[in-house]
Ligand binder design. Structure first.
Ligand SMILES: C[S@@+](CC[C@H](N)C(=O)[O-])C[C@H]1O[C@@H](n2cnc3c(N)ncnc32)[C@H](O)[C@@H]1O
Length: 386
């Protein structure tokens, strides 16, 4: 496919997304009916689609319409590719006509320039003050790919050499021990021998930083309470903890046993009625359900889907998680509350409300990580039970 034909494909897919399909579903449907497209074409089309969703407001402003064509025309005006992408030759979309007037981004409202729903601006300002615009701007572009070196099985230098052998470039992330930034051929990771043999896991450096700051005694007993795919539990196990996993939706944990086996550890999964009999735990890690606003570079559709009502529902779920997890913590043990959000209402405010109703816990430390730190936005608080 020519670069312009890829843009034409992105326009078609974006129209499906704007009419309500998820980007993954729309990409899949397009892929099925365009089997001639090679892996590089598919990757390029996917990148166009996700970037247009990340920058939906500013691209629509520049392109003159909130449609597939408007967004890609805005993308072309943003990168200076209008003549190359919109030539009308071959499979290229037709050139812009007089009605498709672009507007100058300098004249756009701040929420459009930052590609953020208007109502969310105060939430970013409240949490990040001067850093708010910088954080929102960081969410306008694609995230990097990062790995966690499995310290039970290898070390940073050996992993970098192994990845190099598979043609993949990676460098250590400054200040996050054991984290690597993949600098080339990131799409080969899942086939690389380092990945297949469990020397690395894909994990954002902010999550790694949060686990690194915890004090974890060897063989101490930990519960990954909102386990999902088990990312946090795997990192806890790599620190020497003995880990079990729980998620209210057991189907989300389906990959936990195989990921654990690949990493050379065992992480049993528990059902709700098994929690109490396996308690108490030295540590309970609650990676709570949240807006995910710190990760919106990876999940840009979520940025446009969040509503004030949904945010309030999430805070209730966060309170429930803390309330239900607290009795599972041993006396002297740790309760960890984490989100991939930067909003105060999901972070400090939830911890404060929990401490108010739970006098047997005190806060030991907490960390806010903004999404312009190199990794995702993240929050972690360490609470101790007396
Ligand atoms: C942020 S995700 C977890 C991501 C996961 N820890 C990881 O590293 O990949 C939040 C998870 O919390 C689960 N969850 C929501 N409410 C819960 C509750 N009351 N108790 C336990 N898990 C809950 C959701 O099913 C979801 O899988």
């Amino acid at each position: 496919m020519t670069p312009a034909a890829r843009v034409a494909a992105a326009i078609e897919i974006l129209d499906d997304v704007l009419s309500g399909q998820s980007a993954e579903a729309a990409l899949k449907t397009w892929g099925r009916s365009n089997r001639y497209a090679g892996s590089k074409d598919r990757a390029a089309v996917r990148d166009h689609v996700f970037q247009a969703i990340r920058r939906r407001a500013s691209f629509a402003w520049l392109g003159g319409a909130d449609t597939g064509r408007g967004l890609m025309l805005g993308a072309a005006r943003f990168t200076g590719d209008v003549d190359a992408w919109f030539s009308g030759q071959g499979y290229a979309p037709p050139p812009p006509d007089v009605s498709e007037i672009g507007r100058d981004l300098a004249d756009a409202p701040r929420s459009v320039r930052l590609d953020m729903p208007d109502w969310m601006l105060p939430y970013f300002e409240d949490a990040l003050d001067e850093g708010a615009d910088h954080a929102m701007a960081a969410l306008q572009d694609r995230a990097g790919v990062f790995l966690r070196v499995n310290r039970l099985a290898s070390d940073v230098d050996a992993v970098i050499a192994s990845l190099q052998g598979d043609g993949i470039g990676a460098v250590p992330v400054t200040e996050v021990d054991g984290a690597l930034h993949v600098t080339s051929n990131e799409r080969r990771i899942a086939q690389s021998s380092a990945y297949v043999s469990g020397l690395v896991e894909v994990q954002d450096p902010s999550s790694q930083r949060a686990i690194n700051m915890l004090s974890i005694d060897a063989k101490s007993k930990w519960l990954d309470y909102c386990a999902g795919g088990g990312g946090k539990g795997l990192a806890l196990a790599a620190r020497g903890a003995s880990v079990v996993a729980y998620d209210i939706d057991a189907r989300r944990m389906v990959d936990v046993p195989s990921r654990a086996a690949r990493a050379g550890v065992t992480i049993p999964t528990l059902a709700t009625d098994e929690l109490a009999r396996n308690a108490p735990f030295d540590g309970v890690f609650c990676d709570a359900p949240c807006s995910g606003c710190g990760t919106w570079r990876r999940t840009p559709e979520a940025k446009w889907a969040l509503t004030p009502e949904r945010l309030m529902t999430l805070t209730q779920m966060q309170d429930d998680v803390l309330t239900n997890a607290a009795p599972l913590v041993a006396r002297g043990g740790q309760l960890i509350y984490a989100t991939c959000s930067v909003f105060t209402i999901e972070n400090d405010a939830r911890v404060a409300a929990f401490l108010d109703r739970s006098p047997e816990f005190t806060k030991v430390s907490h960390q806010h990580i903004a999404p312009h730190s190199g990794g995702d936005g993240f929050f972690v608080a360490v609470l101790k039970r007396h």
